[in-house]
Design a protein around this ligand. Structure first.
Ligand SMILES: [Zn+2]
Length: 72
């Protein structure tokens, strides 16, 4: 494990910034989100080993707003 404060999921290609009060996920487009949002939008579909966002304790509670919302 690196201690740089920034991790990149090698499977999803998304950057996770370790921050006080909760990690921030930097998506390739759109505003930053949470690990829960990353899981809901990307990682739950990624059934490959090596994804760094599969730890339920780190992800926390996934809310309905974390899932992909099509623009109205
Ligand atoms: Zn991932």
């Amino acid at each position: 494990m690196s201690e740089t404060g920034m991790q990149t999921c090698p499977v999803c290609g998304v950057k996770i910034l370790n921050a006080v009060g909760g990690d921030k996920v930097l998506f390739s487009s759109g505003p930053p989100g949470t690990r829960a949002a990353l899981w809901a939008k990307v990682c739950q579909y990624t059934q490959k080993a090596g994804c760094i966002n599969k730890d339920k304790d780190a992800i926390g509670e996934v809310k309905s707003t974390d899932y992909y919302q099509p623009n109205p």
